[in-house]
Design a protein around this ligand. Sequence first.
Ligand SMILES: [Zn+2]
Ligand SMILES: [Zn+2]
Length: 401
Amino acid sequence: MESQNTEQPASRSLPVATHPELGKPDFVWPTVLMLTITPLIALIGVPWYQLAVGFEWSHWLTFAVVAALNGISITAGYHRLWAHNAYKAKTPLKIVLALFGAAAFQNSILTWASQHRRHHRHVDVIDEDPYSAKKGLWYSHIGWMLRHYPTNTDDFSNVADLKRDKVVMWQHKHYYSVALVMNILPPLIMGMLTGDYLAHFLACGFLRLVYSHHTTFFINSLAHYWGRQPYTEDNTARDNDLLALFTYGEGYHNYHHLFQGDYRNGVRWWQFDPTKWLIKTCDWLGLAYDLRKTPDFKICEAMVNRQLEAARQRLSSDRASDRVRTFVELETQHLAKLLSEWRAARARWFEHNKTRFRDASSDLHAAVEQERAQLTQQLKDLEHSVKQQYQRVRSFNLAVA
Ligand SMILES: [Zn+2]
Ligand SMILES: [Zn+2]
């Protein structure tokens, strides 16, 4: 899900350069150097320091805090706030997210969000998706940003809304200096406080940057290869609990690709999604507002459709019995009926919610209130029905498997 094109702004509009012999685009040298030198320093320097001097718990604590600030600024800021407009944020929160997001060295918000929106729009399409999983694990993880591929060429036509955001444009204009300062400042301050400059630059400087890079890159690569697909098989995105642990909740990528406007990725209460908890906390504190959530009915409808699709695939085999055929037909009709009732009830419920009365004691007001209560109950009943249907179709699939 990330973007890593570190070419200078002045060269952004140049045509894509192609290597004459290999027929491949030229390397993006600043990116290549950063993504090779920083891991080398971390992989050699950190074990060496551990053996020669030894890290202390305070070094690892600083590493963890700065890594979390970077990671969650990418997930809550770059990704859910700016790329998807899943909620709105007040300026102080935006500034913090823009500063610590820049420290992850994954390009400016504007470039990142533009590429990510293209990823969602053209997911898996080789010539359109900047980090198409169909081009392989290496390409989707890191390969895509090492060369001037045409899909990386900046095209800000899909981020007109972000161009009106002053924090986004300020960060875009000063991206390289902000990113550099935000990388140097934490280890420098800790070094000044403790005298352990080298330890902090190795742990919270280099190792933290490498960790931030690759945990984000995993979303583009592993989260499109490894895991389950409970909501849709229309693209390669997967849900993966283990990845969620390292990516501040972004491992629920199958859900995210279907419901990208939801501020949650781990939609179940028990799913590990610290980004959604942070956004919800910011909502309580008044720093975030207008959080967008997909209705439970729609989530469950997607899950039923996915199970029905699995049952339909059995129909293509010659041995599919009439029982399977009839079951799929009836359940498909039932889901369509539930959906149309839900849409009608929800539209009416919204209408009633908009209705304002001058006289709260009038008969009309009482009647509307009564109907609204009935509609609320009807929506709950429909949600219950679709959940029951999910259990029914899933059990059927398991039984005939
Ligand atoms: Zn994706
Ligand atoms: Zn996304």
